[in-house]
Structure formats: structure tokens, C-alpha cells
Write a protein that binds this ligand. Sequence first.
Ligand code: ADP
Length: 476
Amino acid sequence: MTLRLSDTTGFRAGLALATVLAIAALALFVGLGEDPTGIRRLVAAGILLVAGGGALVVGWRRGRKQANAAAGLIAAVEAMPHGPAPSLNGRWHTELTPVARAVDRTRRTLASRLAGLEQASAEQNAILQSMGTALLAIDHDHRLLSMNRAAADLLGLDARAVRGRLVEEVAREAELNAFVKDAVEASEPLTAEFRINTGGQRATIQAASEPLCDEQGRPAGLLVTLTDITKLRQLESLRSDFAANVSHELRTPITNIKGYVDTLVQVGVEDREQTARFLDIIRRNAQRLAAIIEDLLALSRLEQAGLRESPETKDTPVRSLVREVVGQLQSAADAKQIVVEIEVPEDLMIRVVPSLVEQAIANLVSNAITYSPAGTKVRVTGAIADGGFVEIAVRDRGPGIAPQHLARIFERFYRVDRARSRDHGGTGLGLAIVKHIALALGGRVEVESKVGVGSDFRLLLPVGTGVASSASPSTP
Ligand code: ADP
């Protein structure tokens, strides 16, 4: 481009100058009249040649200068979309200088606008990328225009690699693809709920589509949001299961009470023996009702935050807590000739709400006594455990719990043997309460059990302050 421009411009300038000089030389030649020696003609011809050559050189140089300036301008204009280019000011003193200045001003304005746009685009991109909701932009042909990080993670895709490809080609999820198809056809907002595979698991997804428009407001495709609502749906299902379980658990004693009261009303109370038996059943069912309601209230209190540091929190000796609990359950243990041994260092302290830990230990010891055969031993131990925890363990030589039940026994109302649990007045909430007490106090509960050998429940609670450990466990 530079060469062609310099040639043409130089040639034209040179031609103009040569024409002027040729006319002058011709006039001189004609005006001088006869020239027998021919010297004048030679001089005139020489002038003509020199003038022509000079004009060509001057023209070529001038043209070249102009061409360089033009080439510089072209380069600067071409560089504009790619960001700042070197300033043109003062580099060319030619007729193109005003043009160069105008181009330079335009370049600066464009450069600053471009920087602003780039910053705005980077900000928008950062927002989209950090959004927890998965976003997909899709054109009318179902091709992926872009997706944010959450979408790439959810669908297990490389956002850059799949750009421009068909959704159904990269995301092999029949329900997602059907949704995209419907949304493209509907051209109005759509929502749907379906399940997809993500990270090797099934997830429940809430999808919503919005028409995507270009800057002129013309339809350009779809914006699809995908929200993982698996946890929400699980919670909803847990809540409805819990409500169903509570109703079921309450219905049994209420039905019993109602039935026996109705019978007494019908048959009268003359038969003293029968009346006493019915009243005893009514009393036991009422007790059961009260126990369930008590446990439910305990669970609901535990779900409220702030138990870890409540006004009742204090440094408490673990041994006195354990002794208190074992004392309360002594008659139940005696009734089955079960010996409860305590091995807790005297100076083992824990900073907790004492009544909560008492309740947790009581539930564990009570279960150990309930489910162990008569004449066996239950051991309650206390010690400092790794990670700044105090471990309170309750070990029995009872029937043990099969592995398939172990993971579920801390669920509300879960029982291995429903009838057996009911027989001893269990609510199925005891271990759920232990778990929630441990969590509320910043700890956890663990279990190891072997069928036919026994169970080992361990309550791990953070040490807190004022703790001392002793190497010499003592029994009461
Ligand atoms: P429950 O009121 O039925 O005792 P829990 O929540 O305390 O309810 O216990 C849940 C289930 O775990 C019990 O029904 C029982 O089957 C089993 N379980 C709990 N502790 C023991 C134990 N020490 N030995 C054997 N099974 C136990």
C-alpha cells in the first residue's frame, strides 16, 4: 500500500513540475530564433531534461513523504480496535498533519471508551462468574454462546471448549435438552424442575429461561438459569416425613387412650379388676404421649442457636455429671442386675450446659441398660481425646446393632426393633436428642457396634476452658 501511494503521488507532482519547465524551455527555444550551431537547442534540451528529472525526484520524495504519513495514519487507524497506539502528533509535517491530528484525537477518545467498556465487561464477567446460580446463554439453534463457572461445574463442562456447540451435544441430559427445546420454541419465560447427573450424583434442578435480546432489542436466543435445589427438596421431604412420623407416633397412644376410655364408659367401672387394668393402660399411654412431647420439645429447643455459650454454661466436673445420671438410673439397672461401672478422672472438667450433657449421657446409659441382657455390665468412661475434645463413652455387652442400622439410628423415630422399643416406652427420639445436644455444644457422637458383642457410643465435646486431665481414672 505504501509503495503504490508513493509512486502515484510522486509521479503526478513530478509531471506537473516538468510540464511547467518544458513550457518555459519551449518558449525560450522559440523566442531565440535561429541557432546555426545548435548550442542553444542543446542548452534548451538540457534544461528540459534537468527540469524534468528534478521535478520527478522532488515529486517522488514529496510523494513518498505523503505516502509515509498516510501509511502511518492507516496503521494508527488499523491499530485503534486493538488498544492504544503511539501518538501521531508531531511526527509528520505534511498536508496530512491536520488529518493525523484528527485521527489522533479520535484514537484517544476511542481508546478511553474502549478501556471503559473493557472494565465494565470485566466487572460483569466477574459478577457472572462468581454467581452461585448456573447461567447459560443459548442461541436459537441451541448453540452455547457462553456459560458461567457455576454452569460449567454443574454440567461438568469446560466453558471455553464447548462454546458454539449444540447443548444436546455437550450436555447429555434428556430433560435439560427438552427444556431448552421447549424454551426456544416458547419464546417466553419458562420454568421446569428435573433431575440431572452432577459430580456422580443425581441433583434436583430448577430451570428458568428468559428470552435473550441483542443491543437492538432483537431476539438473540435464551438465557437459562439452573439452580440446584436438591438440599431444599431433601429438607422439605425430611420435614414432611417428620410431620408424618410425629402424627403417627402420637396417634397410637391417643387411639389407645380413647379406646379404653370409651370401653370404660360403655361397660362401667363395676368390674374393679378390669377397670384397674384399663386405667393402667391409659396411664402408660398418657406417659408415652408425655414422653414423646417432652422429647419433641427438647429437640426443638436444641435447634435454637446459642446453646454453646448460654448463661448456664459453666466448668463442670465430668465425673459428677456421670455419677448423677447413673444414680438416677440405678433402680432400672438393679432391676436387671446390670452393674454400671464409672471410670472418669476426678479432675476431668468440661465447659458446658450441665443439664444438656446429663440428658445426653442419660439417654445413652438408659439405652445400654434397656437393650442389654440381665446380669451384664455397662461401662461409662471419660477421657481427654484428640483435637481438644473430651470423650464420654458408654459401652455395653448388649445385642449390638447391625451395620445397615448404624447409620440411621440417630434419625428421629428410627428404631431397629419397633416393638421392642415401644415395650420399654422408647420414643425413638433418644439418640436424635443425643446427636443434637452434641452438635449444639460443638461436638459430635460416634458409635461402634458389633452384633452379639455390644455397642460403644462416644460423645465428643469440646474441652472449653478450665480443663485438667488426670492419668489415674477412678471408680466410685
Ligand atoms: P428408643 O427410644 O427406641 O430407644 P433411640 O433413639 O434411643 O430410641 O434409639 C434408636 C434405636 O437404636 C433403638 O430403637 C434401638 O433399636 C437402637 N439402640 C440404641 N441404643 C442401643 C444399644 N445400646 N444397644 C442396641 N441397640 C440400641
